[in-house]
Design a protein around this ligand. Structure first.
Ligand SMILES: [Zn+2]
Length: 44
C-alpha cells in the first residue's frame, strides 16, 4: 500500500512493498498497481 511520509522538503508517498518514494500521490498509486516485489526491476 502507499503511505505518506512528511519530511522537511515536503510530503512524499512511499510504496510499502518496495520502498520507492514519489512526490505525487497519483504516481505512487499508479506504481502500486503494477508493483511486483518478486521480480525487482527498479534500481534504487
Ligand atoms: Zn513498489
Amino acid at each position: 500500500m502507499v503511505t505518506t511520509t512528511r519530511r522537511e522538503d515536503g510530503t512524499w508517498y512511499e510504496c510499502e512493498d518496495c520502498g520507492m518514494l514519489f512526490d505525487e500521490e497519483a504516481d505512487a498509486e499508479a506504481h502500486e498497481g503494477h508493483c511486483d516485489t518478486d521480480s525487482p526491476s527498479y534500481l534504487q
